[in-house]
Design a protein around this ligand. Structure first.
Ligand code: ADP
Ligand code: MG
Length: 359
């Protein structure tokens, strides 16, 4: 297994830039998710790494080897990269074992070695007892496992997965997620996992690269994306994020990462980068779980309830701050608080983060 280094990778179709100077360092054995809205360039990035597309600027390295530059592109079959797509693309007329071993046969691997590798791959994905079945006899999840085994049998140095669970139903996805994690732990494979589903990315990845309009927005551990978004796009995209305006933002004592700001006229303490300077204004990142109904009079900022939705276990309260009636916000309230649309409330900010790039 090897690491993957993308250095300012740029791709244009016609005159349109689809990827702009994307740099990423994926460590050997790391599980990285590429997350972003549909059309942001995820599949294009994967095709560049696999060698199906040439890049217009920048470079790609697999391990020590430079495989793509604007002047040179190592052909896909020489990159030793395994790919799993969302439509498993199994040969319908071949058995499970036949599908898993097909590429090895084409590569003229001796029959004994081929059988050994197919057996190991099927064992890894728990499909040994289905080796002689046809793909049509398998469930969606089992077919996806065969696709994984086929990828594995080729002994790739990195594995690229393009929305491999997109065609499966919700229950199957959850169990396949667990299998991917176990698969990764067992094989130690370097994996790039593409998805537009952030719950999937959060559950699976060591680190997540968030892409928007062909640009890398942030590359960080899941909890850091949630707690310390670098810009407003990530703040809104991750975990139903909300962005609030902060005024008179000042770091409490330098180096502590604690800041003070006024939010809708009310003073609040917040988290901030220890390097954060003071600002007249900054955007703040909070999540519905960070907002609470104030219990003490005079605490929090005044707001008005717009809608109350029963979510089983809690109420989702949609509201707007009185100081900013056009801003739609949400908080989760305990089930013992019944509120009606139009009710006045006070909202306390339990936790929030000063977004650095918006400053
Ligand atoms: P994602 O996988 O994130 O949904 P893609 O990488 O498939 O996005 O596509 C990114 C953008 O590039 C889209 O606007 C898409 O229409 C465009 N695109 C992808 N492939 C081609 C191509 N071969 N020719 C022209 N435009 C393309
Ligand atoms: Mg895609």
């Amino acid at each position: 297994m090897v690491g993957i280094a993308l250095d300012k990778v740029t791709k244009r179709y016609g005159g349109t830039e689809v990827l702009g100077a994307v740099s990423l360092d994926v460590r050997q054995g790391e599980f990285v998710a590429i997350l972003g809205p549909s059309g942001c360039g995820k599949t294009t990035l994967l095709r560049l790494i696999a060698g199906f597309e040439t890049l217009d600027d920048g470079a790609i390295r697999l391990g020590e080897r430079e495989v793509s530059t604007p002047r040179f592109s190592l052909p896909p079959e020489k990159r030793n990269v395994g790919i799993v797509f969302q439509n498993y693309a199994l040969w319908p007329h071949m058995s499970v074992a036949g599908n898993v071993g097909y590429a090895l046969k084409v590569a003229r691997l001796p029959s004994a070695e081929r059988k050994r590798r197919v057996a190991v791959a099927l064992e890894t994905v728990g499909m040994v007892e289905h080796a002689d079945k046809a793909p049509a006899e398998l469930s969606g999840g089992q077919r996806q496992r065969v696709a994984l085994a086929r990828c594995l049998a080729a002994d790739p140095s990195v594995m690229l997965l393009d929305e491999p669970l997109a065609n499966l139903d919700v229950h199957l996805r959850a169990s396949m997620e667990r299998e991917f994690v176990e698969f990764h732990e067992r094989t130690g494979a370097t994996m790039i996992y593409i998805t537009h589903d952030q719950a999937e990315a959060m559950a699976l990845a060591d680190r997540i690269a968030v892409i928007d309009h062909g640009r890398l927005m942030q590359f960080a551990r899941p909890r850091d994306l949630y707690r310390e978004p670098e810009n407003e796009m990530v703040a809104r995209f991750i975990g139903n994020g909300l962005v609030l305006p902060g005024e008179d933002v000042s770091l409490l004592s330098p180096g502590t990462g604690r800041a003070m700001a006024r939010v809708f006229g009310t003073p609040q303490t917040l988290r901030a980068s220890a390097r954060q300077p003071s600002f007249a204004r900054a955007a703040l990142s909070v999540h519905p779980d960070d907002l609470r109904l104030a219990e003490t009079p005079g605490e929090g900022f005044p707001a008005t309830v717009e809608r109350v939705i029963y979510r089983g276990g809690h109420y989702q309260i949609d509201f707007h701050p009185n100081a900013s009636p056009d801003l739609a916000l949400t908080l989760n309230a305990p089930i013992d608080r019944s509120l009606a649309p139009g009710a006045p409330i006070s909202v306390r900010i339990e936790d929030g983060w000063v977004i650095p790039a918006a400053a």
